[in-house]
Design a protein around this ligand. Structure first.
Ligand code: 1CP
Length: 347
């Protein structure tokens, strides 16, 4: 029988222990991942179904997490819209011809068939679903339109996304066209993932904090809602990560997601109180606590479990991705502590 604890916590059903998975759990801290990538490069790995499936499953075998997240990236999804993607080792993803004008946004395509240029994703997920059967659920994902648009306009990762913010505020028409197209494509893409075997779907809004609460409400949230509304028919739980949108929980709680993923900047207990009993929460231990001594990790795990106790459901996670060079033994220990201490606290 599948360990469905993660799905139950997403829906707010009773669980025997608190489930845990970690953002970026399939990554460079794992020796198995480094081995898989030694023969190839990041984008080729993403586009090779057997390999993407193998990497997706590694942390389930090695770390003992309660869910697998599909190995892919938020920047790869929009290539079929007509934007070129490069990946340079050490530098990350980039779009050499970024979206800078209304005409650029007008030129973007919303493919009618979500398999156009992305069939490798669904093929890989079918393999994952088959190989994970009777083990743990598979999480499919995409970037939220605001975050993906930020990369498309900036052309690359950035701390400040100056080009994107200038575009969004100086060209509301072009911005609306871009956001609407990315949102429609993303909804089709996520629906197809549910059809391919994803048991839950997550929207990563890693740069939601680039604008304040007033602008978040008008420039970002409506598009997130639009996507989540159109995903309801899939029946799978939906997780939304509004990274850095610390002043907007009152609006976010009604976005339609089953789970709100909280970054390490939130006070978990206060966020749980503000979000209420209509949603579950995911998060949010400090990622670098993986570098602490084992007894301190255990203390922080217990504190995070206590802080999440009042939630409708709690999916344990880091407040952001697994840091590079995290000691694998500590990653495993954190998983074990969550399983152990959540049962102690509940009894
Ligand atoms: O092996 C490598 O060197 C490639 C590093 C890498 C990996 C392992 C990148 C490049 N992406 C990924 C996988 C990835 N990305 C996953 C797979 C599943 C897992 O979590 O294990 C997921 C869910 C993502 C999502 C993603 N990509 C986000 C959202 C989450 C977050 O971290 O906030 C973001 C912002 C990206 C962009 C991205 N991809 C990769 C890099 C280096 C970056 C950051 C670029 C930048 O902003 O500078």
């Amino acid at each position: 029988m599948m360990n469905d604890t993660f799905l139950r916590a997403c829906r707010g059903e009773k669980t025997d222990f608190t489930p845990i998975w970690m953002m970026r759990q399939a990554g460079r801290y794992l020796p198995q991942y480094q081995k898989s990538l030694a023969k190839t490069d990041f984008l080729t790995a993403c586009r090779t179904p057997e390999l993407a499936a193998e990497i997706t499953i590694q942390p389930v075998d090695e770390i003992g997490v309660d869910a697998a997240i599909f190995y892919s990236d938020i920047t790869t999804t929009v290539v079929p819209m007509g934007i070129e993607l490069h990946y340079e080792k050490g530098k990350g993803p980039s779009y050499p011809n970024p979206i800078r004008t209304t005409e650029d946004a007008d030129r973007l395509i919303v493919p009618e068939d979500p398999a156009d240029g992305l069939s490798f994703v669904y093929e890989a997920q079918k393999i994952c679903a088959r190989e994970l059967e009777n083990r743990v659920p598979l999480i499919g994902f995409a970037g939220a339109p605001f975050t993906v648009s930020a990369y498309m306009v900036e052309g690359k990762g950035s701390n400040s996304f100056v080009e994107f913010r200038r575009f969004a505020f100086s060209n509301p028409g072009g911005y609306a066209t871009l956001m609407d197209k990315v949102a429609r494509h993303t909804a089709n893409y996520l629906k197809a993932q549910a059809a391919a075997g994803a048991n839950a779907l997550m929207l990563f809004d890693s740069h939601a904090g680039l604008v304040g609460p007033g602008d978040f409400a008008t420039m970002n949230l409506p598009y997130v809602r639009q996507i989540i509304d159109s995903l309801k028919m899939t029946g799978v739980p939906i997780i939304y990560l509004p990274f850095g949108a610390h002043g907007s929980l009152d609006l976010i709680k009604d976005c339609g997601a089953d789970v709100i993923a909280l970054d390490y900047g939130f006070r978990l207990e206060e966020a749980v109180a503000e979000l209420g009993q209509g949603v579950s929460v995911q998060g949010n231990i400090e990622p670098y606590s993986l570098f602490l001594p084992r007894d301190e990790i255990k203390r922080r795990v217990t504190a995070t479990l206590e802080a999440g106790k009042g939630a409708r459901g709690h999916v344990f996670n880091l407040g952001h991705g697994v840091p590079q060079h995290s000691p694998v033994e500590n990653v495993k220990a954190m998983v074990d502590f969550v399983h152990e201490m959540s049962q102690v606290i509940a009894s």
